[in-house]
Design a protein. Structure first.
Length: 573
């Protein structure tokens, strides 16, 4: 698996000897977060089956340049797919092309295949029926995931913090996948939440003379319910991989050698890197295009969200830091995102203490670049790993712990996490069904469900944390969490504990460290800050912007904000 870049898009090439190059076209926003890990595994399986595979982030999405709110998204994203096909042919010398599309990616891939011709095989995963229906579903999803803490502008849509401009919403709504004019490929595999026998796109493709295999996407709901709860649909991925390589030339691709893969903006330059033991870990190194950085920040995963962060927040802060001369490395710990230490994802190991070694491996890489001053930032489970890494690795000078839910991991936590993952897809589906029934009165679902959800969540966390503290108390007479903070303070480490107002983690903080964490904040170098009107994942833009300000303060760096362009002086009369 090699990092690549083209058309200002970041991608990963999975080399193989076969001559059919498979381009994987994912979805965008929340759907991209949920499907990312599974599509990475799909690419690996296609390569192991003998054919090279390429996956990438669209412009303005993931690790690519730009912003999702930039204009002409549909046109640009289709151009990105064309560029990916051209890149695959030029880099590997393949003689055939196959396309795999997920959700929006299925529509874009089919349209491109219809336009260029010559695509050998096409797989449509949960294809869209109409653009209007897709927009309705996204709007419903935005309400089900959680009540918005910020109001979208007129015509704008915000889904889990990912913003779609009015122009993009209109373009999505205007999509008509069933009006495709030309057969995109002779052989097509279409998998949906049902068998798709009456799906308008499948009906149209058959009318165009395509050989269409339509069936159920086993495991779709569990894959797309939440990035941390997501379960890899193992059997389905194997089926798709084998179907895509069927009849393909087993030889013909050129050997592929690593070359620098850099994405650049006006004030940042980014490179995907492999690091750690046997280079099994993955990260994105971001720095200013000018000068040599004196310090760097390691940005950790929150849950099983890959390194771009919830609502692309990790990308946002990395590029803000770069503009002010601070480098960063947003990493995937083992079993998450592009780090293939575990074949099927983290599977409950997000709190495994050995993962702190992944943080140290990232610091090793940064110090090899001549950077001696390193800080670590983590949210949720990432805060847990950041804290324990800071205790174990004396090279860490500063650490930001954002909405930390757990200080001491135990069996009771594992039970709760497993139960939450097992039921997440069912909860989302039930809420979406209720949302559909209340389509003309959208807010009623949230108004009805959220008070109970909040009460349940708070009660569950309180009970869980109480059990954990009681279990830990039997192991030591001292307060081990206090001991850790005393160790960090004595070593001169600056610790910034940052919580959203009313975050469930505040209960854990009080149990271990007293009201408002006073037994820690009374120590030199340790502070606690609050993010107002924010949720656990910092979904609202204002919360992420405020967090950035707090991080700059912790780092002792003044943020360089772009100056507004002054009006030209009026011409003399």
């Amino acid at each position: 698996m090699l990092p690549v870049s083209f058309d200002q898009c970041a991608g990963w090439l999975h080399p193989a000897e076969g001559a059919r190059g498979i381009i994987i076209c994912g979805s965008v926003g929340f759907e991209d977060l949920c499907g990312h890990r599974s599509l990475a595994i799909l690419a690996e399986r296609i390569a192991k089956a003998g054919q090279p595979a390429l996956r990438f982030d669209y412009h303005g999405c993931g690790d690519s340049a730009g912003n999702a709110e930039d204009p002409e998204r549909m046109t640009v994203w289709k151009r990105n797919i064309r560029s990916a096909i051209e890149f695959m042919r030029a880099r590997t010398g393949v003689t055939e092309i196959g396309l795999v599309g997920l959700r929006l990616g299925s529509t874009l891939a089919a349209e491109i295949a219809s336009e260029i011709g010559g695509v050998a095989r096409l797989t449509l995963l949960a294809p869209l029926a109409t653009g209007k229906a897709y927009v309705r579903e996204l709007k419903a999803l935005s309400r089900v995931i959680g009540p918005s803490l910020e109001e979208p502008a007129p015509g704008e849509m915000i889904v889990a913090g990912f913003r779609f401009s009015p122009e993009t919403v209109a373009s999505l709504g205007a999509l008509e996948p069933a009006l495709i004019e030309n057969a995109p490929a002779p052989h097509i595999l279409a998998l949906g939440r049902d068998a798709l026998s009456t799906h308008p796109v499948v009906t149209r493709l058959k009318a165009l003379g395509c050989d269409v295999t339509a069936d159920v996407f086993d495991g779709y709901d569990s894959m797309m319910c939440d990035p941390t709860a997501s379960k890899v649909p193992d059997a389905t991925l194997t089926w798709v991989a084998n179907w895509m390589v069927e009849g393909a030339p087993r030889e013909g691709a050129r050997p592929v050698h690593p070359v620098p893969a850099t994405i650049t903006g006006e004030k940042y330059a980014e490179s995907s890197v492999r690091f750690g033991h046997e280079r099994t870990l993955s990260g994105v190194y971001c720095r200013s295009p000018n000068g040599t950085p004196k310090q760097a920040v390691v940005i950790l995963n929150a849950g099983a969200i890959h390194h771009i962060g919830w609502a692309r927040g990790s990308v946002e802060i990395a590029r803000r830091l770069a503009a002010s001369g601070v480098a960063s490395m947003r990493i995937d710990i083992g079993g998450v995102g592009n780090s293939f230490a575990s074949p099927n994802g983290a599977s409950g190991s997000l709190y495994a203490l050995e993962l702190r070694k992944d943080v140290s491996a990232a610091i090793d890489w940064l110090t090899s670049q001549g950077i001696a001053e390193v800080s670590v930032v983590g949210a949720c489970s990432g805060a847990y790993q950041a804290m324990h890494a800071a205790v174990a690795d004396a090279r860490i000078k500063r650490v930001a712990l954002i909405n930390q839910l757990c200080f001491v991991w135990g069996a009771s936590y594992q039970i709760q996490l497993s139960a939450w993952r097992a039921t997440k897809s069912a909860v989302i589906n039930a809420a979406m069904e209720d949302e559909a029934q209340a389509a003309n009165e959208a807010s009623s679902v949230i108004n009805r469900l959220m008070p109970y959800a909040k009460k349940f969540a708070k009660g569950s966390f309180n009970a869980l944390m109480s059990l954990s503290q009681k279990a830990s108390a039997g192991l030591t007479k001292s307060n081990i969490v206090e001991d850790w903070f005393e160790t960090l303070s004595a070593r001169g480490v600056k610790v910034s504990m940052i919580y959203s107002d009313n975050d469930p983690g505040l209960t854990e903080l009080e149990r271990w460290l007293g009201p408002d964490g006073a037994r820690a904040t009374s120590l030199p170098g340790i502070t606690k800050r609050t993010l107002e009107n924010a949720d656990h994942m910092l979904t609202p833009r204002h919360a992420r912007e405020a967090l950035g300000g707090m991080l700059f303060e912790m780092l002792g760096v003044e943020e360089k904000v772009a100056k507004p362009v002054e009006d030209e002086p009026a011409a003399a009369a």
